[in-house]
Design a protein around this ligand. Structure first.
Ligand code: DAH
Length: 389
């Protein structure tokens, strides 16, 4: 509701203008006389003033100002009016003035009560807002280069119909090693320098806890939960007891991939990873597969991509070989299916086959963004991170 001016009163009479002065220290005009019509007119003018200022009560602050302005014990207008009109009035006029004075006071209190019921206690105080102040700026965050790469890799496989899985970072010896065909004491265990949880000597080896050294344990966990066919990628954090240098860090990230169905062949593996590498590094990138060894795949291969930096002309990144080794892969070893089969009989290696792969996300992020030191990914240094905003 907009405040409107009170009715204009006749010249020389209070109030004199359409712009009402409502400051508490405004002078109170003397009464023109003590007849009832004169008193009525004088009080009507004040009542109009009350109505006028009551119209613009919006906030708790306005209400308090209004209360002080009218009912303030020392400078409130009611007090000033009483001083100016009542005290000096002849005794027979006092009653007439007093009655009108009480009516006026009741009107002011009514307006205050009405305001109390319509103004929420937490309404904003107009004076408390300076709309010329600049707003609070929150610095915009940016996706961490590692997470960006993680998402990019996952999205590529999602487009090929892969779902996305997770698994625990604190893992048992069974899932991290034994069920992946690393028997106790097998030398292949030594290739993954493992951080183990202390004080578990009393447990059987298979139940002892460690920080997973790779995402491969989620292969078995997934197969235990879901019968074939299966196409899944599992991104996640892994740990190894490696000393930090420019390319090693005790924490890093991998994406595991697993595809199981009838008649899955090495050609499917090659086609899938060739497509993924082209999607990740550009369509001119070539792939080649080198014989390798992992206990849980047979045959196993390392995948190299043609150097995306020099187009195979030879550069420091590819050590002038034209190729960069990026991931491990292979056909799922029947021994691994035998472990899965303990819970899911459908993983019968005579009936199904599959491939698996594992790649380092940090490594891919470092290549894509030209990051020379893996430690930067974990430093939390804003000068580094801001460059990805
Ligand atoms: N888990 C292996 C590692 O961390 C990487 C790997 C190799 C995963 C071959 C696989 C695979 O799934 O088939 O070194």
């Amino acid at each position: 509701m907009r405040a409107t001016h009170p009715p204009l009163l006749s010249a020389n009479r209070y109030p004199l203008t359409a712009t009402i002065k409502i400051m508490p220290d405004d002078a109170i005009p003397p009464l023109s006389g003590y007849s009832e019509p004169e008193l009525d007119r004088a009080f009507a003018a004040v009542a109009a003033e009350v109505e006028f200022s009551a119209q613009s009560l919006r906030t708790p602050g306005d209400k308090e100002d209004f209360r002080l302005q009218w009912l303030g014990r020392k400078q409130g207008r009611l007090k000033l009016i009483s001083d100016a009109w009542l005290k000096s009035a002849p005794p027979d006029a006092k009653k007439l003035i007093g009655q009108r004075f009480n009516t006026l006071k009741a009107r002011i209190e009514q307006r205050l009560d009405a305001a109390a019921s319509t103004i929420p206690a937490d309404a904003l105080d107009a004076q408390a807002i300076d709309i010329t102040l600049p707003g609070a700026r929150r610095p915009l965050g940016a996706e961490h280069p590692l997470i960006r790469t993680w998402n990019e890799i996952v999205a590529i496989f999602a487009r090929m119909g892969y779902s996305v899985g997770v698994g625990p970072e604190v893992e048992t010896d069974y899932y991290n090693f034994e069920s992946l065909n690393f028997p106790p004491g097998h030398p292949a265990r030594d290739t993954q320098d493992t951080l183990v949880v202390a004080g578990q000597e009393r447990k059987p080896l298979r139940d002892r806890l460690l920080l997973r050294t790779h995402t491969s344990p989620v292969q078995i966990r997934t197969m235990e939960q879901q019968p074939p066919p299966l196409r899944i990628v599992i991104p996640g954090k892994v740990h190894r007891n490696d000393a930090a240098d420019a390319t090693h860090y005790p924490i890093f990230h991998q994406v595991e991939g697993l595809c199981v169905d009838t008649n899955i062949t090495f050609a499917d593996l090659k086609g899938t990873l060739d497509f993924a590498m082209k999607a990740l590094f550009g369509s001119s990138v070539k792939t080649r597969f080198f014989p390798s060894f992992f206990p849980f795949t047979e045959p196993s291969a390392d995948v190299q991509i043609s150097c995306p930096f020099c187009g195979q002309a030879g550069c420091r990144k590819c050590k002038f070989s034209g190729w960069i080794e990026l991931l491990g892969c292979g056909m799922v070893d029947p021994a691994v299916f035998e472990f899965a089969r303990l819970r899911q009989p459908a993983y019968d290696p005579k009936k199904i086959s599959g491939f698996a792969f594992g790649m380092g996300i940090d490594r891919v992020a470092m290549m894509k963004y030209g990051i020379g030191d893996i430690g930067l990914l974990y430093s939390g240094d804003l000068r580094f991170l801001e460059q990805f905003a």
